[in-house]
Design a protein around this ligand. Structure first.
Ligand code: SF4
Length: 89
C-alpha cells in the first residue's frame, strides 16, 4: 500500500518534469526542515507552497517533477543580470 495521493496533485496535473523545466526551478519550490508527529527532526525535504508544506509524505514533491502551476519567472529574473553582463563582453 503506497502513500495516498493528494487531490491537489491530480488537479494540478502533477507529473514527471522536463530536463529544462521542473519543480526545483519553480518559484513555489522549497527545501525545508520537516518535523515528525513526535517532533523528531526528519531533515530537509522538498515541499511546494501551492501543494502544501505539511510534514506528511503525501506533501513531498520531487525536484524533477512539474505541475500546471509551474512559475519560473522569479528565478529567470535573477539570471537576467548575468545575461546582460555577458552581452557587454
Ligand atoms: S507549483 Fe508545481 S511545478 Fe512548482 S514546485 Fe509546486 S508542484 Fe512543482
Amino acid at each position: 500500500m503506497g502513500t495516498q495521493r493528494l487531490k491537489i496533485k491530480n488537479q494540478l496535473n502533477y507529473r514527471r518534469g522536463y530536463t529544462h523545466k521542473h519543480c526545483s526551478d519553480c518559484d513555489h519550490y522549497l527545501n525545508m526542515p520537516i518535523k515528525g508527529i513526535g517532533g523528531e527532526n526528519l531533515g530537509i525535504q522538498p515541499r511546494c507552497k501551492i501543494i502544501g508544506t505539511k510534514p506528511g509524505r503525501m506533501y513531498r514533491v520531487h525536484p524533477e517533477n512539474i505541475c500546471d502551476a509551474f512559475d519560473g519567472s522569479k528565478k529567470l529574473k535573477m539570471l537576467r543580470p548575468a545575461w546582460l553582463a555577458n552581452k557587454n563582453d
